[in-house]
Ligand binder design. Structure first.
Ligand code: FES
Length: 102
């Protein structure tokens, strides 16, 4: 198996027991996950898009993380913001405006 160049983690608020109920899921992360997957494929990016459990920065949701760059994005609540993130990734850089600060 060839490993992807990037992994995009999209928080979908999964919990150990029960349904996803956290902040990111309530703010529409599941729809955005699908858009992210489709858009990454359309652009020919070598990425694996994965939905995750809570990443513990709920107040800043919906949250997405791009590895290995360690870009943590918050407030990603629209397709336009995902487009900006992927535009930046194509240049191997970050969409600075949406980065979560330490
Ligand atoms: S539910 Fe997404 S960071 Fe907690």
């Amino acid at each position: 198996m060839k490993k992807p160049e990037y992994q995009i983690l999209v928080c979908n608020s999964y919990r150990v027991a029960g349904d996803a109920q956290g902040a990111c899921n309530k703010k529409g992360a599941s729809d955005l996950l699908q858009y992210m997957q489709e858009e990454a494929v359309d652009r020919g990016l070598d990425v694996a898009v994965t939905s995750t459990a809570c990443l513990n920065v709920c107040a800043q949701g919906p949250v997405m993380v791009i590895q290995p760059n360690n870009y943590w994005y918050g407030g990603i609540d629209s397709e336009e913001k995902i487009d900006e993130i992927l535009d930046a990734l194509e240049k191997n850089s970050a969409a600075e405006e949406y980065l979560i600060s330490d």
